[in-house]
Design a protein around this ligand. Sequence first.
Ligand SMILES: [Zn+2]
Length: 194
Amino acid sequence: MKKIAMTVSFAFLLLTLGACVGNGSWNWKTSSDLEGFPLNHQQVIKHLRTANEAAKEAMKSDHPPFGAVLVAPDGETVLMKQGNVSLMDHAETVIARQAFVKYDPDYLWKCTLVTNVEPCAMCAGNIYWANIGNVVYGVEEITAKKLTGADKRNPTMNLPCRTVFTAGQKPIRVVGPVPELEDELLAPHRAYWK
Ligand SMILES: [Zn+2]
């Protein structure tokens, strides 16, 4: 029985690794993991902090502290900055839908959506359909879920965005979580979800 469990675990590990490599995803370890990604380490940190600013601005209006930015292919220019609007209008979804109307899909494929907390299934779907090719998130959805619980203002899901993207037909590249910023990004959530 134990042997079977180990075999199954190993098979799952292989499948997971295969899915990550196949989907062009990285887990955050060192800056070298960002090879070929549109943002370098410094830019990842900087834009995550801007996304966190948008999250804190949303919180001032009593919205959940979620925020995101859309970064141009140069890795520097912030094209859009957005906080949470409502239960349905999450920051990433608002950006993806507006960007889809405003920009060419080939251009969006080279852009990066940077968000303080991992995109939920709805937002990952919007990112996919808008053709945004790169994603950075600071904190995993499951980590946020521990703080939000089943709060009606945000009954957080538990479906990694990589799983959503891997189910699609485009190699969207994902960087995250970014542990070195976790405390900073979770601070507004610790204050909000009481
Ligand atoms: Zn969402």
